[in-house]
Design a protein. Structure first.
Length: 765
């Protein structure tokens, strides 16, 4: 028998309204959840083939049962009754259908499954002509995401539905750590909006949040409305309420306004505008406080980040930052990353890249963000900077190329000027399976046009420098197969020679805009200039001797052991230097050595060392160890020493006590200053559906070295959201390997958008 029952809104009514509250930005760990189903799978339910998308309205309805009674106009199905329409399924002990009135009634163990939902009910009935449906005593489970709950009644008329006494949680039914309930949820499946009345959030059996009324979307479509507020309390801000208001302006751009009330400081307004184009996107964030009672002034900030593809080779990018005063980051950034910044960095430009070239034109600007300093500490602005790098094969293996840069410098305190730097080169790289030779000849020409005040100081307004650069890089690779503890390894020995010759050119009449000495390291052994930037080209007549060895496990390519050592032999002194920098004398550089050893898949040891034979002293020493504990735990220990600069010990760990409880800690201590730079101690508790992290933190919060203290508490209701500070980000930055899938050092995200340190230095003429 075929009927045309409209059952689709029943599933939409529940999954749309309650699962909308469970939207999440990133997946959670459900490993602690017991393997059980609130509503067990129905053995007689039809499972649609994966990937099949057929609308139920286009399908006929089939009803079957063990016994058919009643009349032809009012059939009654009894015993194992099933009603199917496409992927929709309903089962019951008895189903009665009135053909004339178009009404149906299902009694006894009503089972329903469709649209990512499975539910049980005691009674279901509907009127096909009036397009109304009703269910009582519902127990449901979401199939496409974790979530389950109950409802006392569901009433649906057309596109409008009402859920009464509805609950929702991602916790197991027998262990309800948290639960969301609402007296009534009214939803419109046509507009995709819902209104909850009398909504309460319980933590255990204790109500923690009550919302008498709120509106929320029931699908992925973006709509104007209120978002969930952010509520906190701190000694600095007092009671802090932030209420985001979302504005759906167009399909490809939107905005969020966030009025904020801080009882100790005043009111503020944050705004965010986002846009998405076919070839690019961008985000504009602004903040404005008319009067900060702590500083007795208005405060504001702006950040704009965007990128746009112009062609297949060219892209425009912008990263703009502005703050109203030098104390803004200190007052409004709770992260040590932001508080440690002394400037706000902005850059905008157009950049291109091809198979044999890269080019760009950009401008950048620095703004002071530390009230204890003056503008004199800021690097030079580059307004603008243009660069080009090009290389190509000429004849055979002979290659040619050029590196060029033109910059106009500006500074709020010092006189500046312009610089043009050109470096054409020729190279003849030759190589085989176990050797390589790369002779390279270059010419570097650098000229300036300086402002008159700076020209008077240096003696000329147009200083210039031209010098040749010759380098000869060569190496061998010896390898052999070996067997260690019944496992196959590949062992290599790789000697390398690098010769560099650069004639001396007097550069004392040249300014220093963006150049500084590079940190002496393994990479510095093979560079043709020991300075960053073009203001200085070091003279040289030197030879680097280096050797490396590696032991690689052939089954998976993992490097079990590696060691490198190298030294530069200076055949004559290097006279080019920056102000207050000593000349490099004839002789030998410090030995640079580095080693890494992984005796097991859990243990990793490493060490770096620099020894100066001339003064018989250590310039640098670093020792590090990491142990991967079971259950995603990790332990890190390191010691760092650099002569006349720092001596530090860093210890951190994530120690699981059991599958639910774990301890976290970090002690970052400066032996030289006898001060803790950052100390963290905390405890984590993780369950199937709730995670709680309580972390205490002591840290240096400004460049003056002042110590700050904070206590961070985060309660995460999996599948619903979290309350409190973002402890995960702080722990991930402080504990290497906190997320075991990314065992690398995570660079801090600075509030100012500052680039890496190699681009932020500044030296004065």
């Amino acid at each position: 028998m075929r009927l045309a029952l409209r059952l689709l809104p029943l599933s939409l009514a529940i999954t749309a309204s309650l699962s909308a509250l469970a939207a999440e930005d990133k997946p959670h760990n459900w490993a602690l959840c017991p393997i059980e189903e609130t509503v067990p799978a129905f053995a007689d339910a039809f499972q649609a083939p994966q990937g099949l998308n057929v609308h139920p309205a286009d399908q006929p309805t089939d009803i079957e049962g063990d016994d058919l009674g009643g009349t032809d106009a009012n059939p009654i199905f009894k015993g194992n009754v099933t009603m199917r329409r496409g992927a929709q399924f309903m089962g019951a002990d008895q189903l009665t259908f009135d053909k004339e009135k178009g009404r149906y009634t299902a009694e006894g163990s009503v089972r329903y499954q469709a649209s990512g939902l499975r539910l049980l009910a005691s009674h279901a009935e509907g009127d096909q002509q009036a397009d109304s449906h009703s269910m009582r005593d519902l127990k449901y489970q979401l199939l496409e995401r974790r979530g389950n709950g109950q409802a006392s009644r569901l009433e649906m008329v057309g596109d409008i539905g009402h859920l009464y006494g509805a609950t929702y949680s991602t916790c197991p039914t027998q262990d309800r750590h948290w639960e969301l309930s609402a007296n009534q949820i009214e939803l419109n499946t046509d507009t995709g909006m819902a209104i909850a009345r009398g909504a309460k959030l319980k933590f255990g059996k204790v109500p923690v949040l009550y919302l008498p009324w709120f509106m929320f979307p029931t699908n992925d479509q973006r709509r104007t409305g209120l978002l969930f507020p952010s509520i906190s309390n701190s000694s600095r801000n007092g009671f802090d309420w932030k209420q985001p208001i979302y504005l759906n302006l167009a399909p490809n751009y939107d905005a969020t306004l966030s009025p904020r009330i801080m009882t100790n400081r005043g009111i503020s307004l944050d705004a965010q505008f986002r846009y998405l184009l076919e070839n690019g996107d961008g985000v504009l964030d602004t903040s404005w406080m008319p009067n900060d009672k702590l500083r007795d002034r208005s405060r504001s900030a702006l950040h704009f980040a965007a990128q746009h593809g112009l062609t297949s080779h060219w892209q425009a990018r912008a990263n703009l930052n502005w703050i109203s005063d030098p104390r803004y980051y200190e007052d409004f950034t709770n992260s040590i990353d932001g508080l440690a910044q002394y400037n706000a960095y902005s850059a905008v430009g157009v950049y291109g890249r091809g198979s044999h070239w890269s080019a760009g034109i950009s401008a950048d600007h620095w703004q002071l963000a530390d009230y204890t300093l003056s503008d004199a500490i800021l690097p030079y602005d580059r307004l603008p900077r243009a660069y080009l790098s090009w290389d190509s094969k000429l004849v055979g293996q002979l290659q040619a190329g050029i590196d060029a840069e033109a910059v106009r410098f500006h500074h709020p305190v010092y006189a500046a000027g312009s610089r043009l730097d050109l470096k054409p080169w020729l190279s003849l790289p030759l190589e085989g399976d176990a050797w390589f030779i790369r002779p390279t000849l270059a010419w570097r020409q650098t000229g300036y046009s300086l402002e008159h005040a700076l020209g008077q100081t240096l003696g000329t307004n147009s200083p210039s420098r031209g010098t040749s650069i010759f380098s000869f890089d060569s190496g061998l690779v010896f390898d052999r197969e070996t067997r260690i503890k019944n496992k196959d390894y590949l062992q290599t020995i790789e000697p390398r020679l690098f010769y560099l010759n650069v004639p001396y050119t007097d550069q004392t009449d040249m300014p220093v805009f963006d150049t500084q000495p590079m940190t002496f390291s393994w990479g510095q052994l093979f560079r043709d200039n020991r300075y960053s930037g073009a203001d200085r080209q070091a003279d040289a007549n030197q030879l680097t001797l280096a050797v490396s060895t590696r032991t690689i496990r052939q089954s998976d390519g993992r490097e079990r052991f590696s060691a490198s050592a190298g030294q530069i032999r200076y055949f004559r002194e290097s006279k080019v230097h920056l102000p207050n920098e000593p000349i490099i004398e004839r002789g030998r550089s410090a030995w640079v050595a580095d080693t890494s050893y992984a005796p097991t898949d859990r243990w990793t040891f490493g060490a770096s060392y620099q020894w100066d034979p001339q003064f018989k002293r250590a310039d640098l020493a670093s020792v590090r160890a990491r142990y991967l504990l079971p259950e995603d735990g990790v332990f890190n220990l390191s010691y760092r020493y650099r002569r006349q600069q720092l001596e530090q010990v860093d210890m951190s760990f994530l120690y699981p006590l059991n599958p639910s409880w774990s301890l976290v800690a970090r002690e970052y201590y400066s032996i030289r200053d006898r001060k803790t730079l950052e100390g963290i101690a905390g405890v984590q508790w993780d369950s199937c559906c709730v995670a709680v992290r309580l972390v205490g933190r002591r840290y240096v919060h400004n460049r003056a070295g002042d110590i700050g203290n904070s206590i961070m508490l985060e309660i995460e209701l999996k599948g619903l959201g979290s309350a409190g500070q973002d402890t995960k980000r702080a722990l991930r930055r402080s504990i290497l390997g906190y997320n075991r899938d990314d065992l690398y050092l995570v660079p801090p995200q600075t509030a100012s958008g500052q680039p890496p340190s190699s681009d932020t230095t500044s030296n004065r003429p």
